[in-house]
Design a protein around this ligand. Structure first.
Ligand SMILES: [Zn+2]
Length: 243
């Protein structure tokens, strides 16, 4: 494989002799059975350690099946994954690709003896969305961290459901006890899904039912009060129009 430095200083990985950046459409020249609706369109180019085809497009490392999906069906909404119906990781036939949540992807993979990890994990699919170190919301906007008298429980004491108004009293059946209980009822991936579903138009009530948590907590997540290390950077991205 040709792995040469381009004049721009970026790597033109696996792009044959071309020194031009790859265009997304370039992937169709490197698949078998292109256009045959009944067959897997198998990627003939570079395959990463995860087993998925990879290509550098405009100096960015991309998953080939995601590009195939985007070219045929449009952008992948944030938080969703491109899954294989055919279980053939190098397949690029758009008819074999479907959009799933991290949970779908997990289920799909678990049922096939795999797990979402490595290159399919959101932190690799969206590395720029992982706020680390100085990019972390707490460091970028320390003034936004509400502490002490600025904390919402002090600013809006009437919003704090205590005593008889507490969810445990008003909806005792919703209190997760025993095995269902746990300090973290949601996973990191689910926080992303909540934002993704919300963007797709789900109401807070629907989200609460789907994830088995109180609507108040969905609201707190969407407002960045809970899960701050994830929700604050997400809200910052939404505010900046990047999500
Ligand atoms: Zn296929």
């Amino acid at each position: 494989m040709n792995r040469g430095l381009t004049s721009n200083g970026g790597y033109a990985i696996h792009s044959g002799m071309s020194r031009q950046p790859n265009r997304p459409e370039a992937i169709w020249k490197q698949v078998t059975n292109y256009g045959d609706p009944d067959k897997c369109w198998e990627w003939k180019g570079y395959v990463g350690t995860s087993g998925y085809g990879r290509i550098t497009i405009n100096y960015k490392d991309e998953l080939v099946h995601r590009i195939a999906f985007q070219l045929s069906r449009g952008d992948v909404p944030f938080g969703l994954f491109v899954c294989h119906e055919c279980d053939n990781k190098i397949c690029c036939n758009p008819d074999h690709l479907w959009l799933g949540t991290a949970a779908d992807n997990n289920l799909d993979c678990v049922s096939k003896g795999r797990k979402v990890c490595g290159d399919q994990h959101w932190t690799r699919v969206y590395p720029e969305k992982v706020a680390r170190g100085n990019k972390n919301g707490a460091r970028l906007h320390p003034e936004k961290l509400s502490r002490g008298d600025q904390h919402w429980t002090r600013l809006y004491p009437d919003l704090v459901a205590r005593g008889k108004r507490s969810g445990q009293h008003t909806h005792p059946e919703r209190t997760a006890r025993g095995e269902r209980n746990g300090n973290a009822k949601l996973t990191k991936d689910q926080i992303f899904e909540i934002f993704a579903y919300h963007k797709l138009g789900w109401s807070q009530k629907q989200l609460a039912e789907h994830f088995g948590v109180l609507q108040a907590n969905i609201s707190r997540i969407l407002r960045g009060v809970l899960w701050k290390p994830i929700t604050q950077p997400l809200l910052a991205l939404i505010k900046a129009g990047k999500l």
